[in-house]
Write a protein that binds this ligand. Structure first.
Ligand SMILES: O=C[C@H](O)[C@H](O)[C@H](O)COP(=O)(O)O
Length: 241
């Protein structure tokens, strides 16, 4: 089995297990990314068979489009108001269930949706589980106005934490800057390790021009980690408030 096949099977195992958490009538947040796509597809199959009467809020235009095309009822988050459960992927999951998200540039809407949910459940393959966050690049969404100045301020904040790395503007294949669903830019931080995620999150949040970073701290309740043989392991945070 190739690594890619093992990863796909693991994502499928996690997504399939998460579908079983969905109860009839739930108000559901739908994540973004390849694992979330599998979840949405499997959820739509179950909803078609059982008629679950779900109300779904999507974390990206892509997910909204996919879910609606598969027959799920997708509404604006504000029309639903509050969600029972959000299921989403992640780029990294640490032992405290803190996350890096935003590899698909969707972390702003993802964080809003996750924070408007009673429970956020992450679905991921084993490769996403890390001892310490930071190997995966950390995306920071910034508004286009003065973005190079914002980048300087981010660099200064990183220097203060001895994380000195120059943020890189994320571009599309045609070399144009990538725009998020909100029309903003993404600055990618290659940090290797983040000794104190809360300190970094606080610094980034204080910078004018930063809309949102990809650190999800104390937001995820459960992580379902899939394995290639179809089994899953559930990671829980005991002390979650
Ligand atoms: O912006 C994208 C999201 O945060 C994704 O949930 C994350 O990148 C994980 O994606 P995937 O399931 O494709 O690894």
């Amino acid at each position: 089995m190739t690594d890619a096949t093992a990863t796909d099977l693991s994502k499928d195992a996690a997504a399939t297990a998460a579908v079983a958490l969905v109860e009839p009538g739930m108000r559901l947040g739908l994540g973004t990314g390849s694992t979330a796509v599998i979840f949405v597809r499997r959820l739509a199959q179950r909803a078609a068979a059982e008629g679950l009467a779900l109300r779904c809020a999507a974390t990206s235009k892509a997910t909204a489009q996919l879910a609606a095309s598969l027959g799920l009822r997708v509404e604006e988050l504000d029309d639903i108001g509050w969600l029972d459960l959000t299921i989403d992927g992640a780029d990294e999951v640490d032992p405290d269930l803190n996350l890096i998200k935003g590899g698909g540039a969707a972390h702003l809407r993802e964080k809003i949706v996750a924070m408007a949910s009673d429970r956020m459940v992450v679905i991921a393959d084993q490769g996403k589980v890390v001892d310490r966050l930071g190997q995966f690049h950390l995306p920071v969404e910034v508004i286009p106005f003065g973005w190079q100045t914002t980048r300087k301020l981010i660099t200064r904040a990183l220097d203060a934490l001895d994380l000195g790395q120059r943020p890189v503007l994320l571009r599309q294949r045609d070399n144009k800057p990538l725009l998020t669903d909100e029309g903003n830019l993404i600055l990618d931080l290659a940090l290797e390790a983040i000794p104190d995620p809360q300190a970094l999150a606080d610094r980034l949040s204080r910078i004018a021009g930063v809309v949102e970073h990809g650190l999800f701290l104390n937001i995820c309740h459960v992580a379902i980690i899939g394995r290639p043989d179809g089994s899953v392991v559930e990671l829980q945070r005991e002390d979650f408030e």
